[in-house]
Design a protein around this ligand. Structure first.
Ligand code: TYD
Ligand code: MG
Length: 467
C-alpha cells in the first residue's frame, strides 16, 4: 500500500489532520490548515539497529560557570542570572515591540565583555542591523553579523573557529532547514529549524536565543510550536501607546518564572528601569476619586502601581465591565462581594478598571486596592493620597493576609507614603518601615470608611493639599 507522505497541519497550533478542512478542531482557528510534506527520515535510516549508550549517575561533573551574565541586569533578572550554556531561549513578542533592539543591546554588551556573539538576522539586511546598532551607539562592539536563513549554513558557520557564547536567531519563523520539505514559515519548518538549532546548542555549549513573533492570524506559524522544545520562554510585552516594555519569563528550566524586567523604549534604544515603582506612579492623578496605589510584588521585587476605576450610570441593558491589566474574573468576584456583603449596588453602573502604565497584575493581593478604587469612584470620594492598599478579598468579605507584607511596606515608605491599608498581618509587624498601618479585617469596614469621607467631602468643599 502506498504511504501518503503529505499531511495537513494547523499553522496556529500544530494539530495534524489527514485531509484539509476549513476550521481547526483543536484551536478553533479558521483557514489555518495547510498541506505540508512529511519530515524526511533520511536515507538508510529505516531498520537501523539502536546504539547502546552509557547511563550516568546524578552526581558527576558539571560545567564550571554555566551562566553567562548578559550585561543587561533587567534581562538577567528574568533569566535567573544570565544565559545558561547550551540552553535555548525563545524570546516571543508582538512585531515591533523591541525584541531585535533588546537582543542587539545584549549581544553588544557581551561582545564588549570579550565573548564571541553571533547575530543572525533572517528578516533584515546586514545594513539595516548596522543602522540600528549605529542609532544605539553600539558600533564599537565586536558582534558578528549575518543575514542568513539556512539553518545548515548557520550551524556550519557557527561551528568554525572559537565556539560562540551566544547566537541570536532573529527570527525562527524565517529560518528553514533542508531536512524538511515544506515552505519556510510553516509549522514543520519552524519545528525542524528549531530542533536543529537546539541540537547544535546542546552539542556546542553555545547559548541560543530564538526570536519568535506572536501572530494572531494563522499565516506564519506561531512560536507556540517550539515552546515545549526550548529551555526558557521569555515574553516581551507592552501596550502600543506606552513607552514601557515588560519582559516576563513564561517558562524557565533554570530559574524563576515570576520575575519581570522593566524597560523603557527611548530614542536611543531600550533603557532599563531599575526602580519601576517610580515609573508606574509618575503620572499619578493625586487625590481624584477612583485612583488608588496598590503595593504589589512581582517576583521578588515590590512594585507600586496605580489602579484606576470609573463607575458610571449605564445607558445599556447589560452594564459594561471592562478591565485592562487585571483579571476580569477577579473583578467580577470583587463586584459580587461588594454587592452581597457591603450593600454596594452596581447593577445599574458601567465599571471600568485600568492598571496604569500598561502593567498586567496577576496577584490576588490587588483585590483590596481594586475594591477601594471602585467604591471611591462610586462615592465620588478621593482616597488618601499618602496611602497604599493591598490584601486579598475572600468571598465572605474578609480580607486575607498576603505574602511579603514587610517588603511592600518598605517600598511604600521609600517612595514617601505614610499609610497602608492592609489586612492584619500573620504576625509580621509593620516593622521599622515607619508607615501607619490601618488594619482592615473586612471589606465592609473599608466601604463604610470611604462612604463616610465621601459624605464629608460633599459638604462645603475644602481645597485638598496634595503631595
Ligand atoms: P524592533 O526591535 O525592531 O522590534 P521587533 O524586533 O520586536 O519587531 O523595534 C521596533 C520599534 O522600536 C520601532 O517601532 C521603533 C522603535 N525604536 C525606538 O523607539 N528607539 C530605538 O532606538 C529603536 C532601535 C527602535
Ligand atoms: Mg525584529
Amino acid at each position: 500500500m502506498a504511504k501518503n507522505s503529505a499531511s495537513f497541519t494547523c499553522q496556529n497550533c500544530g494539530a495534524v489532520y489527514n485531509r484539509w478542512q476549513g476550521k481547526c478542531e483543536s484551536c478553533g482557528e479558521w483557514n489555518s490548515i495547510a498541506e505540508e510534506g512529511a519530515v524526511a527520515t533520511g536515507p538508510g535510516r529505516a531498520g537501523r539497529k539502536g546504539r547502546v549508550f552509557a547511563l550516568e549517575p546524578l552526581t558527576g561533573e558539571t560545567h564550571d560557570s554555566p551562566r553567562l551574565a548578559s550585561g543587561v541586569p533587567e534581562l538577567d533578572r528574568v533569566t535567573g542570572g544570565g544565559f545558561v550554556r547550551g540552553s535555548v531561549l525563545l524570546m516571543a513578542g508582538d512585531p515591533g515591540i523591541g525584541k531585535s533592539t533588546l537582543l542587539i543591546q545584549a549581544a553588544a554588551a557581551l561582545a564588549r565583555a570579550g565573548h564571541r556573539c553571533l547575530y543572525i538576522s533572517g528578516e533584515e539586511a546586514v545594513a539595516q542591523v548596522r543602522l540600528r546598532a549605529d542609532r544605539l551607539g553600539l558600533t564599537d562592539a565586536a558582534v558578528e553579523l549575518a543575514s542568513e536563513t539556512s539553518v545548515e549554513d548557520i550551524i556550519a558557520t557557527a561551528s568554525q573557529g572559537k565556539t560562540p557564547r551566544l547566537i541570536i536567531i532573529d527570527s525562527i519563523q524565517t529560518m528553514w532547514t533542508d531536512a524538511v520539505e515544506s515552505a519556510p514559515g510553516t509549522v514543520t519548518q519552524v519545528r525542524g529549524a528549531a530542533q536543529a538549532l537546539i541540537r547544535f546548542a546542546k552539542r556546542s555549549g553555545a547559548a541560543v536565543i530564538l526570536v519568535g513573533h506572536v501572530t494572531k492570524d494563522g499565516q506564519i506559524a506561531g512560536p507556540r510550536v517550539v515552546e515545549h522544545m526550548v529551555d526558557a520562554v521569555l515574553s516581551f510585552e507592552g501596550e502600543g501607546s506606552h513607552q514601557f516594555r515588560i519582559l516576563r519569563a513564561v517558562k524557565n528550566r533554570f530559574g524563576p518564572t515570576d520575575e519581570i524586567g522593566v524597560f523603557e523604549m527611548t530614542g536611543s534604544g531600550l533603557r532599563e528601569v531599575p526602580n519601576p515603582s517610580e515609573l508606574f506612579l509618575s503620572e499619578r492623578d493625586l487625590g481624584s476619586p477612583g485612583t488608588v496605589v496598590f503595593a504589589g510584588i512581582e517576583g521578588t521585587r515590590p512594585l507600586l502601581v496605580e489602579i484606576q476605576a470609573l463607575v458610571a450610570p449605564t445607558s445599556l441593558g447589560t452594564p459594561r465591565r471592562s478591565v485592562v491589566g487585571w483579571d476580569s474574573s477577579r473583578l467580577s468576584m470583587v463586584l459580587a462581594v461588594l454587592e452581597a456583603h457591603c450593600g454596594v449596588k452596581l447593577g445599574g453602573h458601567d465599571v471600568y478598571l485600568n492598571v496604569a502604565g500598561g502593567l498586567r497584575i496577576q496577584e490576588p493581593a490587588a483585590d483590596l486596592a481594586a475594591a477601594a478604587a471602585l467604591v471611591s469612584s462610586l462615592a465620588g470620594a478621593s482616597l488618601p493620597a499618602e496611602a497604599v492598599y493591598f490584601g486579598e478579598v475572600s468571598l465572605s468579605g474578609a480580607i486575607r493576609p498576603v505574602a511579603q507584607t514587610p517588603a511592600r511596606l518598605k517600598e511604600a515608605a521609600k517612595l514617601g507614603f505614610t499609610r497602608a491599608f492592609a489586612p492584619e498581618g500573620r504576625g509580621e509587624a509593620a516593622g521599622d518601615s515607619g508607615l501607619t498601618l490601618s488594619a482592615i479585617g473586612n471589606l465592609t469596614d473599608l466601604v463604610a470608611d470611604i462612604a463616610a469621607s465621601g459624605r464629608r467631602a460633599k459638604g462645603p468643599r475644602i481645597a485638598r493639599q496634595d503631595g
